[in-house]
Design a protein around this ligand. Structure first.
Ligand code: CA
Ligand code: CA
Ligand code: CA
Length: 280
């Protein structure tokens, strides 16, 4: 970074010091952060679906793929990607999985998540502070269709957020909404399925899988990812190491269909398939 871009960055930051319209960091008034031990979290991811690792650096055709973490067991069960006494993230391959640029990971739930009052599930990343955040899109699957939660990124796009910059290396959580990774390790970002109401034919009460997809934070239009309003998303980039990209710790649910009902739903599905007559 040149001196002049650093100075411009400083003024941009100063201009934005008042922050954006969305919920602030964990522990601040109005935050939506979900503590890892929130008693409302009654179920956690039960198995791993598709895993697609992204490269260390999407702009480098020779780039290896991110490789850190063993999806099973790292992303299953309760959030554990941090030291509960200090809040520090734990770099342990059995606790978190790194996705790399644009990588994706699907977590399956034995008992489908449904759209209950307020938040329905929360995604846990392992950020080491409130502003060095790595973001992911979140999609849910109702057994037939995928739907993506709407996103908003108001982060400045004049200067690339990167690992090295001392002046402009963060995301203000009040400027982002609808992404996983909004909160530091030990705190989940909550999602309310009501945000997807109106998606044609989509069943908000039968979510069997949740997929997180790393946001490639590059400002280069060749690689840049966009929010729901078409704005480029600024996010730490490049992150050229085995642990690059979004790091998934866990996904916990607030509302899941109780076991017997889940079994009945499954049975009904099997019967439905068995009774379905071939179309002539
Ligand atoms: Ca809900
Ligand atoms: Ca990323
Ligand atoms: Ca974990």
């Amino acid at each position: 970074m040149t001196r002049s871009t650093a100075i411009i960055g400083f003024f941009l930051l100063a201009l934005r010091a008042s922050g954006g319209p969305y919920a602030p960091a964990a522990g601040q008034a109005g935050s939506t952060a979900i503590a890892h031990d929130d008693p409302g979290l009654i179920a956690w991811g039960s198995s791993v679906g598709q895993v697609v690792r992204g490269p260390f650096d999407i702009s480098d055709p020779e780039s290896p793929l991110a490789s850190f973490g063993n999806p099973n067991p790292a992303v299953l069960g309760p959030a554990d990607g941090f030291n509960p006494s200090t809040g520090e993230p734990l770099t342990d391959p059995n606790r978190v999985v790194s996705l790399g640029d644009g990588g994706a990971l699907t977590v399956l739930f034995d008992q489908p998540i449904f759209n209950g009052p307020s938040w329905d599930f929360a995604v846990f990343e392992n950020a080491f502070n409130n502003t060095f955040l790595e973001l992911a899109f979140v999609e849910v699957f109702d057994g037939g269709t995928w739907a993506r939660f709407p996103t908003n990124s108001l982060t400045q796009t004049a200067i690339q957020i990167d690992q090295a910059s001392g002046i402009n290396n963060g995301i203000d959580p009040t400027e982002i909404d609808g992404f996983a990774g909004k909160y530091r390790a030990g705190f989940g970002t909550p999602f309310d399925l009501s945000a997807l109401a109106g998606t044609p034919g989509f069943n908000l009460d039968h979510i069997v899988a949740v997929r997180v997809i790393d946001v490639v934070g590059s400002l280069d239009p060749t690689y840049a990812r966009k929010d729901s309003a078409g704005r480029t998303i600024n996010d730490p980039w490049p992150t050229p190491f085995a642990t690059g990209g979004f790091d998934l710790d866990a996904i916990g649910a607030f509302h899941v269909v109780p076991e017997p009902q889940a079994a009945l739903t499954l049975l009904a599905g099997i019967l439905g398939l068995a009774l379905r007559r071939p179309r002539l």
